[in-house]
Design a protein around this ligand. Structure first.
Ligand code: BGC
Length: 843
């Protein structure tokens, strides 16, 4: 990709010039986002940024704004590799504005269970779709001068105990499902970096897993780039260096200190040759990212909001929207025929991204209400009603609070190792997250609060650690030792709640005395042995108890159309925690709203913004459903474009929507045994539609499904397949499908190709069919178009555990040509005369 400025640099001679301290300094970050520079030797520092759907830069909260692109699940729903490549290219532009040269993405682990907290950040339940799109994302990014860091290698399919869980998975499931997207993207697009997962895989932490790092990644796939740990996910010194982990992140190191490295060398547990080889990979990465000899135009982070990015995000966001239902063609809306439209629920929320490291301080935060208002002007009345509130914990206190000195905010006294406070700060809000403070012991936070209204207001509190909260010296809330570290860190913990009487205008002294929790077994070395984080929220009684449902139902009853916006805010779908229920939050209130609105207005449309499937107990009550995912900063515009028919929805589900959680293969083994910290992937290769094909009753909307405002026809006569005899890895099948737009408007159709082995090999249970190709065709009304795809013989293979390689059985096969995994238009049979094996090695 990027031109190196030190062509054919002889790293060995440069390394010979280094002291041990200098070598060590290259093996771990200097800080949270940068590697260490060695000025004496002209070795520059490299900066990186999260990743994957925006280049956030170095501030988790409140930094310079960035372009927020659709979440990967939303991109996957476009089934459009060209569009994903364009997004990768644009992401590189934005990464440069943050002075970074590596973007920490894409995230490619397959969706194993709908509750996975990070599914939104990843593409699909299908490894072929994920691998194909990740390949394009990386090509787009790297062709524009920014290195990709594909993550999290491997088997990071859950957030529960993510740092310490051991994933026990068969080699076959690992190879066929969980490694496959990595294999495709790494061998085809050659990302500059790989980030290891936090979890263990079959007993060894991913950052020191010789099977994953040495055997598969380096030897078989021939990966020559940089392997870095996830943040705080380096679990050893010697083992990780020996297995091939080049960089401990973030810095300063907890394992790769000079002293520890010296001891390991002296004891003979670590060889200088190994150390040098890890140093060389780091140097090579600096060269490949163009760091030597070049500086970016400005080292200051910038917010560069480009109109072409806006247009691309809006287009990609709308192209990923999936039309799940459209009774009586209630969509697209026909505003000219309406006097009023009710916009209910989360209509005024910006749901462009999920939570955690993929959250982006977006240039724009377009809500559906604003976008529809902008599009429709005053041509028809928009009646907004909130309908329900889905606070996970109540809003933090900021206004109306003063310190001892009368400044806005709270006084905070921090105590580290001993019993006297060592540090005083002022916090503008009633929450603290001490990611930067290691080994903290206790905190006292105090402020004077003057409420604007009288009432028995509601207080909520989340903490990792324990605390007593008092108001005017009266204890109002006390917590036991609370252990939800990730939830607290990411604002996604469940809160304890109480009411307290307040009188408007009176002063109340609020004090939080908090003690840190034990973080020594958290698996996150950057936090040290103890961690403290908490958040106090407050909602006025009147606001909390208001009857929001009645006004929403009234608005629906008196409007021609009612649109209910449902979904997850970042507190409900985030890195760090899995969802604890399949239902929309909170406590069934969104479902209740949809049902009540649908009973009041037969033309009820639901627009759902979630990154993964949810239960839809109202599916038959409503007229239309759009699954809009997290479509990025132009969210409202992307949604409005589809609602109004400016964009004909062409999105297809990249993940199955089951009826109930129990219908999923992994239901009994997710998130595993939390006491023993082990999860068994007992379902093997039968995940997603590979499972649902065997138990079709459990499917609400199948993988690959999505409706359109037009109709397409494909039949058996439209499909041609080449009849080449398949004998080796090089053999391919060419599939040509003609598609006819038989409706009234332009639109796109995604033709999907699935392969099935028709005979039975008693030694191996295979999924009924597996995706092996897809193509998207855009057609005007009446137009006929062609989709052509090449299917590689690898698509016919399974992982042969006995032989430790890929095998293709002789016998009869079929290609299913469909527009979802269950809507198959044509089946073409072919045969393989003689069994053959495919090599594992791709170097
Ligand atoms: C996440 C990574 C991310 C890193 C830096 C970790 O918690 O798992 O995906 O790149 O933080 O923000």
């Amino acid at each position: 990709m990027v031109a190196t400025t030190i062509a054919n640099k002889d790293w060995a001679s440069l390394i010979r010039e280094m002291t041990l301290e200098e070598k060590c300094s290259l093996l771990a970050g200097a800080d949270f986002w940068r590697t260490t520079a060695i000025e004496r030797l002209g070795i520059p520092s490299l900066k990186m940024s999260d990743g994957p759907n925006g280049a956030r830069g170095e501030n988790f909260f409140g930094g310079k704004t960035s372009a927020c692109f659709p979440a990967s699940v939303s991109l996957a729903a476009t089934w459009d590799p060209g569009l994903v490549q364009a997004i990768g290219h644009a992401l590189a532009d934005d990464t440069k504005t943050k002075g970074a040269r590596l973007l920490l993405g894409p995230t490619v682990c397959p969706h194993r269970q709908p509750l996975g907290g990070r599914n939104f950040e990843s593409f699909s339940e299908d490894p072929f779709l994920a691998g194909s799109l990740a390949t394009k994302y990386i090509k787009g990014l790297q062709s524009n001068g920014i290195g990709a860091v594909i993550k999290h290698y491997a088997a990071n399919e859950q957030e529960t105990l993510r740092n310490t869980i051991d994933v026990r998975v068969s080699e076959r499931a690992l190879r066929e499902l969980y490694l496959r997207p990595f294999e495709m993207a790494i061998t085809e697009a050659k990302p500059l970096g790989v980030m290891t997962a936090y979890n263990s895989v079959n007993g060894d932490h991913a950052d020191m897993n010789e099977f994953l790092l040495k055997k598969v990644l380096r030897e078989e796939w021939g990966f020559i780039g940089l392997v870095m740990s996830d943040w705080g996910g380096t679990n050893s010194l010697v083992e990780s260096l020996n297995a091939g982990l080049d960089l401990e992140m973030p810095g300063p190191p907890t394992h790769r200190t000079l002293k520890a490295v010296q001891e390991a060398l002296e004891s003979g547990r670590l060889a200088m040759e190994t150390l040098d080889s890890r140093v060389a990979t780091n140097l090579e990465c600096l060269a490949r990212t163009g760091c030597f000899g070049k500086t970016l135009s400005s080292s200051e982070e910038q917010a560069v909001d480009l109109p072409e990015h806006r247009a691309l995000i809006r287009k990609a966001g709308s192209n990923g929207i999936v039309l799940l239902k459209n009774r009586g063609n209630v969509l697209p809306l026909e505003p000219a025929n309406y006097r009023s439209i009710a916009l209910l629920g989360l209509a005024k929320e910006y749901l462009g991204h999920g939570g955690g490291s993929a959250a982006v301080n977006s240039h724009h935060k377009v809500t559906p209400f604003d976008a529809l208002h902008e599009a429709l002007g005053d041509s028809c009345e928009l009646k907004y009603a909130e309908g329900t509130r889905i606070w996970r914990s109540l809003p933090v206190l900021s206004s109306g609070v003063t310190t001892r000195e009368g400044q806005p905010g709270f006084d905070v006294e921090i105590t580290f190792g001993n019993s006297t406070p060592n540090k005083s700060i002022v916090s503008p809000v009633s929450a603290l997250r001490f990611t930067e403070l290691r080994n903290i012991a206790a905190v006292v936070m105090a402020g004077v609060y003057k409420p604007a209204e009288s009432g028995a207001h509601y207080l909520s509190f989340t903490i990792f650690g324990e605390a007593t909260i008092s108001i005017d010296s009266e204890v109002v809330l006390q917590t036991e030792n609370s252990r939800d570290l990730m939830g607290t860190l990411l604002g996604a913990a469940d809160a304890v709640q109480v009411q307290h009487n307040f009188i408007a205008g009176k002063e109340y002294h609020i004090q939080i005395s908090a003690k840190a929790g034990d973080a020594s077994d958290s698996g996150i070395s950057v936090l040290g042995n103890s961690y403290l984080g908490f958040s106090l929220g407050l909602a006025h009684q009147q606001e909390y108890e208001a009857d929001l449902l009645s006004s929403a139902v009234d608005a629906a009853r008196t409007s021609d159309i009612a649109i209910v916006f449902t979904g997850h805010t970042p507190e409900w779908e985030t890195e760090g925690v899995d969802r604890d229920t399949f239902a929309l939050p909170k406590n069934g209130s969104q479902d209740k709203l949809v049902k009540a609105v649908a009973a009041a207005n037969p033309n009820t449309v639901v627009v759902n913004c979630t990154g993964s499937p949810i239960s839809m107990p109202w599916v038959s009550d409503v007229a239309a459903i759009l699954q809009a995912w997290f479509p990025g900063q132009e969210a409202g515009h992307s949604i409005a474009d589809v609602l109004l028919g400016k964009v004909n929805p062409g999105g297809k589900l990249p993940t199955t929507f089951p009826r109930e959680l129990d219908n999923c293969a992994a239901a009994a083994n997710f998130p595993g045994n939390v006491q023993n910290r082990v999860v068994h992937y007992e379902e093997g290769v039968f995940v997603g539609y590979r499972h649902h094909d065997r138990f079709p009753d459990g499917v609400l909307f199948p993988f690959g499904f999505g409706l359109s405002y037009t109709t397409f026809s494909i039949d058996d006569a439209s499909v041609e397949i080449s009849t080449q005899v398949l004998t080796s890895a090089e053999s391919t099948i060419t599939v040509r499908v003609s598609v006819h737009n038989s409706g009234q408007v332009s639109g796109s159709e995604v033709v999907q190709i699935y392969v099935q082995y028709l005979d039975h090999n008693p030694a191996i249970q295979r999924p009924i069919k597996e995706l092996c190709g897809f193509g998207k065709v855009e057609l005007d009304p009446g137009q006929l178009g062609w989709m052509e795809q090449t299917v590689a013989s690898r698509a016919l293979a399974y992982w042969n555990d006995g032989k430790k390689l890929w095998s293709v059985d002789a016998g009869n096969y079929a290609l299913h040509i469909g527009t979802s995994s269950t809507f198959i238009h044509a089946v073409k049979r072919f045969s393989v005369p003689t069994a053959f094996d495919l090599p594992v090695c791709r170097v």
